[in-house]
Write a protein that binds this ligand. Structure first.
Ligand code: KG4
Ligand code: ZN
Length: 340
């Protein structure tokens, strides 16, 4: 089969987004995501509710992806699905569905590592984005992950740093919750931060080894700081929300940039690709642009729809693996702690 008429369906269900996408020759024809609103009222993802919502959403989402791509399921060349890492109950829904569909259609099944997919999303063809050159450093920053990976080739990747506790998105979301903001609070912190003074308050940067991250202490220091100030002035949060958010965001962004600088120093690689929901943050975007001018880095941030959890990134990995006939066995199982 030529690349031209190769259509791959990607399916993602590792956390709280049920997503399906169709790719053809590097181009995304459809990219559908059903985000599960049910978790908002709990202030975080509830695994049992996530798997139930995947069950409800997966068939309509796949239908919509095929319709938007304007193809019939019989035209599909292969099904690519997220095998892990992620929540087991959520992964099982996508895995079982993908296996059944591939078997029903008599086409190959391709298993995809979600973390590799966040990185390989940079190779989706769009007018706005240019693919990074190998070797490059990839920093994946989201509500579920925080890591720096040395990428030597499409499937030759080495994790050189990662969080030892919370993910950076959790640091945003949990701090936002302390400030009384709804879940997920990251985008709201960003919004308020843009109007505030980043030097108004000082939060400590957690100390761990040069390439690793830690965020749980930051959340605690925000909690103690807010409690102390609210005791003195009950309106402290509402009167200072912009400055608190700006100071918090400044600390987190500065910390992420410190880690990237350490990684560049260690590897000598100055080409950097960012992925994950936190890449939408205005502070990190500005800091990266500044680093291009200041340190001669080349930075890449994909379109937002390819940064957050999505199936387009699963589909591009599917296409890359399809080229080398790298297919999954029929007895493949979901893997919550899947490594590279
Ligand atoms: O990649 P994603 O959609 O899902 C996973 O967690 O895998 O990332 C969601 C995370 C949430 O923690 C959310 O608060 C954060 O990304 N986020 C942001 C911004 N937009 C999304 N954090 C800070 N600033 C933003 N603008
Ligand atoms: Zn993710």
């Amino acid at each position: 089969m030529t690349q031209k008429n190769c259509y791959i369906l990607g399916i993602e269900s590792s956390c709280d987004d049920t997503a399906a996408a169709v790719i053809n020759n590097g181009e995304i024809l459809s990219n559908v995501v059903a985000t599960q609103a049910i978790h908002e009222q709990y202030g975080g993802v509830v695994p049992e509710l996530a798997s139930r919502a995947h069950q409800q959403n997966i068939v309509p989402v796949v239908h919509q992806a095929l319709r938007k791509a304007n193809i019939d399921k019989n035209q599909l060349s292969a099904i690519a699905f997220t095998r892990g890492p992620g929540l087991m109950g959520s992964l099982l829904v996508g895995t079982s569905f993908s296996k059944s569909l591939a078997m029903g259609l008599g086409i190959p099944l391709i298993d995809v590592n979600h973390m590799q997919a966040h990185i390989l999303a940079h190779f989706i063809k769009t007018e706005e984005q240019t693919a990074p050159n190998f070797p490059f450093l990839a920093m994946t920053i989201s509500g579920g992950h925080t890591q720096i990976v040395k990428v030597k080739d499409y499937f030759e990747m080495e994790v050189i740093g990662q969080t030892i506790d919370d993910a950076v998105g959790e640091a945003f979301d949990k701090s936002a919750k302390i400030l009384g903001l709804p879940y997920p609070g990251g985008p709201l912190v960003d919004k308020y931060a843009q109007k505030g003074n980043a030097k108004a308050f000082k939060f400590p940067k957690p100390k761990v080894s040069p390439l690793d991250f830690s965020f749980s202490g930051l959340k605690t220091s925000v909690l103690y700081f807010v409690e102390k100030e609210v005791n003195k002035n009950p309106d402290f949060i509402s009167e200072n929300i912009e400055d608190i958010c700006a100071s918090l965001q400044f600390t987190i962004v500065d910390y992420l940039m410190d880690k990237l600088k350490n990684a560049v120093k260690k590897t000598g690689i100055k080409e950097i690709a960012i992925g994950g929901g936190v890449s939408a943050n205005s502070g990190i975007r500005t800091a990266l642009k500044e680093a291009e001018a200041k340190y001669g880095w080349k930075t890449h941030i994909p379109k937002f729809e390819f940064c957050t959890d999505n199936a387009a990134m699963i589909a591009i990995v599917g296409e890359l693996k399809y080229k080398t006939q790298n297919f999954a066995e029929n007895n493949v199982v979901a893997s919550a702690r899947m490594k590279f």
